[in-house]
Design a protein around this ligand. Structure first.
Ligand SMILES: [Zn+2]
Length: 229
């Protein structure tokens, strides 16, 4: 059930769902911080989820207020691209498109199209850097990925299909470089190991030096990547 709930006078998006293995109800923010998720044990009525959200209204409001401010893709926005802070500068009348100039990201074209152009540019940049990381690790790989695609996923930073196709969130380009490197190593290791057992983690360690730093950063700051755009 997806609804808006009035919590302390603020319209708050809420998703209530059952989970077959949930033993008790739980409450959390979505990965992108945009809505509240209530997970209920099987055969629990959705209304109970609403009651739980209402009972924890102050906690929810505090969590939502605690979110980092949004950074729209607009003039003056500072974007951490692969570890380098780039300031968006709109160039009126310039040639349509996005390009870097030192620590500036120059964008031209109609104002309403600029955000889309910047998003496309970041996606292309993410793809370029991820393919570069994969190429660097190629000699140590058991298998090569069959395909690499970029998405705007909300719940996973990367995934590996049984056919060996890798998919990544383009937002990883806004994370520090070692974090992106760790996610690339993680998905490449899945080409040889499906689960997350000891052999899998050994393989990740062979491909990247910063496993725990990468995992910790994503756990603590991953949600902040959704505030851009
Ligand atoms: Zn995994």
């Amino acid at each position: 059930m997806r609804i808006f709930l009035d919590l302390e006078g603020v319209r708050t998006p809420l998703h209530v769902r059952q989970h077959p293995r949930a033993r008790r109800a739980s409450l959390r923010l979505s990965a992108d911080g945009n809505y509240v998720i209530v997970v209920l044990p099987p055969r629990t009525r959705s209304e109970e989820g609403l009651a739980i959200a209402r009972a924890h209204a102050s906690w929810i409001r505090a969590k939502l207020d605690d979110r980092p401010p949004r950074v729209p893709f607009a003039d003056g926005a500072v974007l951490p691209v692969n570890g380098q802070a780039l300031t968006v500068c709109l160039v009126p009348g310039g040639q349509r498109g996005v390009r870097t100039a030192g620590d500036r990201l120059l964008a031209s074209g109609p104002a309403d199209a600029v955000a889309d152009q910047i998003r496309t540019w970041l996606r292309t940049e993410a793809r370029r850097v991820i393919l570069l990381r994969i190429a660097e690790k190629a000699a140590r790989l058991v298998r090569q990925p069959t395909r690499v695609s970029l998405r705007d996923t909300r719940s996973r930073w990367g995934s590996c299909s049984l056919k060996g196709a890798l998919s990544f969130s383009w937002r990883l380009i806004l994370a520090p470089a070692p974090v992106l490197d760790y996610v690339v190593a993680h998905e490449l290791a899945h080409l040889a190991h499906h689960g997350h057992g000891p052999a899998f983690w050994t393989a990740v360690g062979d491909l990247c030096d910063e496993i725990s730093a990468g995992r910790t950063w994503l756990r603590q700051h991953g949600r902040s990547l959704f505030r851009y755009g």
